[in-house]
Write a protein that binds this ligand. Structure first.
Ligand code: HMG
Ligand code: MG
Length: 297
């Protein structure tokens, strides 16, 4: 049976904007998040507390988090690679933080400049402090269906790192198809291994749509019982350390599919389409959401 309700985690303001050549101003980022807040979304990943030398696009995340008009029922979260980032996120009043690991040793080095084992040590100190502060911690695992440097990644490696993050105290782990190379059968096999020991409520899928496979992989996830999915308004996104990685599944496209399957999300498609059209216009790029392009034409 398919889930009746799905959680959508909007990652556009983070994943979507971390790779933009001409970064948005603080004002424009705040405006984007405030508009998204009015669509019914309940979780908006709003920035990253990473090194500004590594990702200058996210350097003003503290100002962004401080200036948005917060709604009570919305979680505004941010990425934190280490304790320094965690402290900055906390002082900017992030409601939740996300640590980000990788199932690929090479990607871990390129993305956060350390081995997987070293990253787990850093994350453990973030989790320990966050537990004391009552700040929920989400986990990411990148490269779950393939790596830009290593190619194939074993499902067992994904399982091991996912289990480690959950045991450390992450409330949920989001499985990242970082470069969008995954296809449904492979996705299904991975999920079946993970779900043999992990409850579906602890997993999310984070599908980049580089090869046009994101919705097919998400449908596979639904069929396996997953009910949390990351998505990015107008399909914004990419990772600066994964060459060629394009945006996440567009939130509009995900919502169109879920609405027509009578799966509840609480998000209003027509208001989201307006936000997607406006941010595409602002960034001077083609709307990457097919649904958005079709319905706002
Ligand atoms: P490093 O250079 O090894 O760090 O970078 P370090 O500890 O040696 O510190 C070097 C300098 O950075 C120092 O400053 C630190 O203070 C500063 P200096 O003394 O040179 O002036 N620093 C920081 N500044 C601000 N915030 C911080 C911070 N930490 C250190 N948190 C580090 C290591 C992890 C910091 C770096 O590699 C980094 O920032 N990486 C982030 C990369 C990133 O953001 N990638 C994109 C997000 S992940 C993603 O997109 C995938 C995902 O979407 C899922 C998927 O699709 O698969 C989540
Ligand atoms: Mg991503």
């Amino acid at each position: 049976d398919l889930p009746q309700k799905v959680n959508i985690i909007e990652v556009g303001p983070r994943d979507g904007l971390q790779n933009e050549k001409s970064p948005l101003t603080i004002e424009d980022k705040v405006d984007l998040i405030d508009r998204l807040s009015k669509t019914g979304l309940q979780h908006i990943e709003s920035g990253s507390f990473v090194s500004p030398k590594w990702v200058p696009q996210m350097a003003n995340s503290d100002q962004v988090l401080k200036q948005i008009k917060r709604k009570k029922n919305i979680t505004y979260s941010a990425l934190t690679p280490n304790l320094k980032g965690y402290h900055l996120a906390k002082s900017a009043n992030a409601d939740a933080v996300a640590i980000f690991a990788s199932a690929s040793e090479s990607f871990s080095h390129k993305n956060i400049n350390c081995s997987i084992a070293e990253s787990l040590k850093r994350f453990e100190s973030v989790l320990n402090e966050a537990k004391r502060d009552n700040i929920p911690v989400r986990g990411y695992v990148s490269c779950v269906l393939g790596c830009p440097y290593e190619g194939e990644i074993s499902a067992q490696a994904v399982f091991d790192i996912t289990q480690a993050l959950l045991q450390m105290g992450c409330y949920e782990v989001s499985l990242g198809d970082t470069i969008g190379v995954g296809t449904p059968l492979k996705c299904k096999q991975l999920l079946q291994l993970l779900l043999s020991q992990i409850d579906a409520s602890r997993l999310a899928l984070h599908c980049h749509d580089t090869y046009g496979q994101a919705l097919a992989n998400i449908l596979t996830g639904l069929q396996e019982g997953i009910f949390s999915f990351d998505a990015s308004v107008s399909g914004l996104g990419g990772c600066p350390y994964a060459k060629g990685a394009s945006g996440n599944i567009a939130t509009e496209d995900l919502l169109y599919m879920l609405n027509n399957m009578n799966i509840e999300t609480g998000v209003d498609l027509s208001s989201l389409i307006k936000v997607g059209a406006s941010i595409s216009h602002k960034l001077n790029r083609k709307n990457q959401s097919k649904v958005g392009a079709a319905l706002s034409a």
